[in-house]
Design a protein around this ligand. Structure first.
Ligand SMILES: Cc1ncc(C[n+]2csc(CCOP(=O)(O)OP(=O)(O)O)c2C)c(N)n1
Ligand SMILES: [Mg+2]
Length: 332
């Protein structure tokens, strides 16, 4: 695995803090009805992404996930101002304001969504890996899903074919304990989700999803295996989300104490403590990072606020239209 240096720790701190504050801002503007529709936040799960980005080759490897998808593209290099604008439904957004929260996408940055159908992205992830193998490209696909998605048939079909064809893919279940308001224990005979890989003889295992080092270590091994022709891996990252499933969740299914317990192992706090312990930065230098983060979030908000909504004509730009269709004019 690539070394976890002082610079890596500092980057992790700044990135994870930015992702957290970016989404806190989204929650605030959602309440003001500036961002509409569904909004599923990643708060608490940031170490999974930070560790993944360290392990993968950015610009070459691919990433695909479900609808909790605002910060992954930012990690891959998408301009966060454009992500914020997309959530506002503005024309400067990543999909010209036509996708919104669950559908961030950037082919250029190898980020393939953003999928609202639970488990829908799993066969698509296998498909991306199939294409890479077929065309002899060196890329590995990281395919993420929630704990609720692993009971979908799509996972089992994709696992079988990924093993049969030895596809260069790593499947990562981000087990945050709940699928909407339903705990893993209420729906699973075996709560050790990683063991689902065993049925397909797929290399598999659990990983501490609150620790970016642990994630980077396990993922590095899996990516190396995939890249060298050794086929897929299934990892279960045990993590937690601090906010509700989406913004309209009263959270009756868990206690405040439970949330507080997980905040004690918050990845941002832990990385910050390590930085101070190892004297990678002083308190003052940390404050400078915090300030930079705050300013960048503000910049994103202002960019989104000041951008225009798409013109009405844009509505049909992505709808298939038969050129010689004689009946209805689709363009405005
Ligand atoms: C096929 C399908 N069934 C049901 C839903 C409704 N739904 C949206 S999110 C969700 C829970 C998924 O939980 P999990 O996979 O654990 O992901 P998390 O939200 O925890 O990240 C459900 C049931 C859906 N979007 N798609
Ligand atoms: Mg879940």
């Amino acid at each position: 695995m690539k070394k976890v240096t002082k610079e890596v720790y500092l980057k992790w701190y700044e990135d994870m803090l930015f992702w957290r504050k970016f989404e806190d801002k989204l929650a605030a503007v959602y309440i003001q009805q500036k961002v509409r529709g569904f909004l599923h936040l990643y708060n608490g799960q940031e170490a999974v992404l930070a560790g993944s980005l360290h392990a993968m080759e950015i610009g070459k490897d691919r990433m695909i996930t479900a609808y909790r998808n605002h910060v992954q593209p930012i990690g891959l290099g998408v301009d966060p101002r454009k992500v914020m604008a997309e959530l506002y439904g503005k024309v400067t957004g990543t999909s010209k304001g036509m996708g919104g929260s669950m559908h961030i996408f950037s082919k250029e940055h190898h980020f393939y969504g953003g999928h609202g159908i639970v488990g829908g992205q799993i066969p698509l992830g296998a498909g991306l890996a199939f294409a890479d193998k077929y065309f002899g490209r060196d890329a590995v696909t990281l395919c993420y899903m929630g704990d609720g998605a692993v009971r979908q048939g799509s996972l089992h079909e994709a696992f079988n074919l990924a093993m049969l064809w030895q596809l260069p893919v790593v499947f990562i279940c981000e087990n945050n304990g709940y699928a909407m308001g339903t705990s893993v224990a209420r729906t699973s005979h075996s709560t050790e989700i990683w063991k689902l890989g065993l049925g397909y003889e797929m290399p598999c295992g659990p990983v501490d999803g609150m620790d970016p080092v642990a994630v980077a270590q396990e993922l590095s091994k899996a990516i190396e295996r995939a890249r060298s022709g050794g086929g897929p891996t299934f990892l279960e990252a045990k993590t937690y989300r601090y906010r509700g499933h989406s913004m309209s969740d009263a959270q009756h299914y868990r206690t405040k104490d439970e949330v507080e317990e997980y905040k004690k192992i918050d990845p941002i706090t832990t990385v910050r403590e390590t930085i101070l312990e190892k004297k990678y930065a002083t308190e003052e230098e940390i404050r400078q990072i915090d300030k930079r983060v705050q300013e960048l979030v503000k910049e994103c908000e202002e960019f989104a606020e000041n951008s225009p909504y798409p013109p009405k004509e844009q509505m049909y730009d992505t709808v298939y239209e038969q050129e010689d269709y004689p009946f209805l004019e689709h363009k405005l």
